[in-house]
Every structure is written in C-alpha cells, then in structure tokens.
Ligand binder design. Sequence first.
Ligand SMILES: Nc1ncnc2c1ncn2[C@@H]1O[C@H](COP(=O)(O)OP(=O)(O)OP(=O)(O)O)[C@@H](O)[C@H]1O
Ligand SMILES: [Mg+2]
Length: 178
Amino acid sequence: MDTMPDNENPSVDMTQNNETATTKKIEHKVVMEVQNITKGLPLGRDHIEILKGISFQIASSEFVSIVGPSGSGKSTLLGIIAGLDNPDTGQVLIGGIDITRMTEGKLAAVRNSKIGMVFQAFNLIPTLTAQENVEVPLYVGRHKGSPSARARELLTLVGLEHRLNHRPNQLSGASSSA
Ligand SMILES: Nc1ncnc2c1ncn2[C@@H]1O[C@H](COP(=O)(O)OP(=O)(O)OP(=O)(O)O)[C@@H](O)[C@H]1O
Ligand SMILES: [Mg+2]
C-alpha cells in the first residue's frame, strides 16, 4: 500500500482532509498522526514490502475510511495504528505520544483508554455473558463507576439491554460487534 492518492472521496485522502480540518480549531485537533510507516514481512525466501511509507493525520470528529484492494495492507496498517503490531520504521502518535516505541505495559494502558477496535472475528470470551465481556477491560482501566454498572450502561446505549446475560453464541453478528 502506497500513500493514498488524491481521490474524489474526501475520506480516503486523509492528509488533505486534515489540512481542511485543522483550520476549524479545537474540535478538530489532530488525535492521530502516522509518520512514514513501513512494514515488510518474509514470504518464503522473499521479503515483501507491504506498507511503503504511509503518512496521514486524523483529526477529532473525523470519520475516515481506509480503502484498497484485498492484500494491499489495510489490516496490517490497522494493526499498527491500534498498537497491536510494530512498524519496521516510522511513528504512530496518539494524542502526540509515539506508541511504536512504548513498553507493553504502557501500550496496554493506551489501548485500554484511547482505542476501540471491532474485530472481524469478535474475540469475545465464549464462557462470559455479554455484560461480563464488556466488563473485562473496565476492570483493567480507570473508568467512572463500577465496571458492572458501566457495562450495563454501555450495552443499553447500543440497544442490547435485553441481551446482558446472553453468551456470545446466543448473539447475532451485529450484536456481537456492538
Ligand atoms: N503474517 C503474515 N505473513 C506473511 N505475509 C502476510 C502476513 N499477513 C499478511 N501478509 C501479506 O501482507 C499483505 C497485506 O495483507 P493485509 O491482510 O494487510 O491486506 P488487506 O488489505 O487487509 O486485505 P483484505 O482486504 O483481504 O483483508 C498481503 O499480501 C498478505 O498476504
Ligand atoms: Mg484485511
């Protein structure tokens, strides 16, 4: 995946988007800055370069899509910007702090408080109820109120108050990803 080309879809050209966004002051401050990310992986005896210098910024309240053909590196890029994988070179700044050189402990704290990820495979814990699955990360981080009350509140917010005690195999795909 090369740096995104100019495109008529504004959500794709993230650098250009931000130039517009930063002129609108506080509510559009930069929350993520990706600087010249590269990532390669071994493929048999070869080495393939997947990300070849990706740079962009995302401002608060922006809604950004990453689009590209299958195999172009979208998931690889998402893993890096979510702090799940490391780039070979380059930086990812979240709130101005570089997450690519952090210790695992500090990174876990950033993931807990700043990043929400909906996986294609939901990664829910099958033996726990919907409410307990939402509670797990709340025990780790610092959040207002008790984890169980907050979990109920969040599930109610997405219309799943009637599913609190259901286990993942009793939820639909959309409910599992909510
Ligand atoms: N663990 C790995 N080892 C070797 N190559 C990998 C690995 N993971 C991904 N790749 C290769 O890296 C490239 C980018 O993969 P990636 O999964 O990021 O693409 P994608 O844009 O998310 O594709 P899709 O739209 O199919 O989900 C592909 O050529 C893929 O085969
Ligand atoms: Mg993918």
